[in-house]
Write a new protein. Structure first.
Length: 357
């Protein structure tokens, strides 16, 4: 740390993204990316814009906002596009929390929430998930904080129902409730249909998972026009050009190709079911997932040891060495070939362990 670094950030611990390996080729099942390339329409759009990079992008992002609104079945005034949903989430912490209005989220959830809170000097409460990692809906109904709920949750893969979300929204009418739907396309139920009914609902989503565009950095927020207006104030006060030309065109392209996204989600869901079944046959406990990842553990096999052995065999998964999660690993659902390689590596690891015993 330099002697010039502001005291207010002295104790900030940045978010640690999943490893992006260099040098060696891994089967990469550690950051919940899609195994499929972006839609050809997205690729064409991005290529077209390369020739125009001397020009700033449209700061209102209107062509993409309009297309997104159409796909979601809402009005354009209900949509804000962000540089990844991370940016939208950060804007939500800035906009809807402060010293008097702390944040609250589950103790086991997306690791960036606490970092955004710290970054913005916001106090936060972590509400413990139940023993089985389900969300204690009653606890969330009791507190009047600005709430952040990943639904489905990460890294567990579990979701709550829309009726539970409605209970939380109506029990907390004076604070914003953010529903982070990064993984909703893999079997979850979206709360977007509720934005007209609940003034305090903000839904966020991403193009990084089901739409195969993690590298383009594109996400969105959906809410009533007043909440979206607040987020625009922050966007226009930090970076009005937050969506670059190539990403904007690629985003429109993939939204014109919803069939492609739906097909890919179907494939991931089928591969997820097959992989979970195979893991269970090998003695793993697999949490039923509504996302593009599996959260699994096996008795007698430490989470860290499994993670390290897989890495040695060229398979990367995500491990969290925290008290409640250390037995588990989060395994992204890749292509069938990738999951076969992961399962083969797992079988070898179990066999080697048996031979050593
Ligand atoms: N929310 C959750 C629950 C996530 O897991 C992620 C991705 N790691 C994000 C939001 C952010 O995604 P992005 O910024 O790529 O849109």
């Amino acid at each position: 740390m330099s002697r010039f670094f502001s005291k207010k950030y002295e104790s900030l611990v940045p978010y640690t993204p999943g490893e992006q390996p260099k040098g060696r080729t891994f089967i990469k099942l550690n950051t919940n990316e899609s195994p499929f390339p972006p839609s050809p329409k997205a690729q064409e759009g991005a290529k077209r814009e390369v020739e125009l990079l001397q020009l700033y992008p449209d700061p209102t992002c209107s062509a993409l906002v309009n297309k997104m609104a159409q796909v979601l079945g809402v009005k354009s005034e209900n949509v804000l596009m962000g540089n990844g949903s991370d940016e939208v989430l950060n804007f939500a912490f800035m906009a809807f929390c402060d010293k008097e209005h702390p944040a609250a989220f589950a103790d086991i959830t997306y690791g960036f929430y606490s970092v955004f809170a710290e970054l913005n000097g916001i106090a936060y409460l972590e509400i413990p998930l139940n023993e089985d990692f389900t969300l204690p809906v009653e606890e969330f109904c009791k507190i009047s904080h600005t709430l952040f709920i990943a639904n489905p949750n990460a890294p567990t893969g579990l979701a709550i129902s829309l009726s539970d979300i409605e209970r939380i929204l109506s029990s907390n009418p004076d604070r914003v409730v953010v529903i982070d739907e990064a993984y909703v396309d893999f079997g979850g139920q979206s709360a977007v249909s509720l934005i007209d009914k609940y003034e305090n609902l903000l839904v966020t989503g991403t193009f990084s998972k089901s739409r195969s565009m993690a590298g383009a950095r594109l996400g969105y927020g959906v809410a009533n026009a007043a909440l979206i207006g607040d987020l625009h104030t922050l966007r226009n006060s930090t970076n009005p050009y937050n969506i670059n030309r190539m990403t904007m065109a690629a985003g429109i392209g993939v939204l014109e190709d919803e069939e492609y996204t739906k097909e890919n989600c179907k494939k991931i869901i089928a591969t997820r079911a097959r992989t979970a079944k195979e893991l269970e046959k090998l003695g793993f406990e697999v949490i039923p997932s509504l996302t593009n990842f599996l959260f699994a553990k096996k008795e007698g096999l430490s989470g860290m040891a499994f993670y390290k052995s897989l890495r040695e065999k060229g398979v990367l998964v995500r491990h969290f060495e925290t008290p409640r999660l250390k037995d588990y690993n989060r395994i992204t659902v890749g292509s069938d070939e990738e999951m076969d390689a992961f399962l083969q590596a797992t079988r070898e690891i179990l066999k080697e362990k048996e031979e050593r015993a």
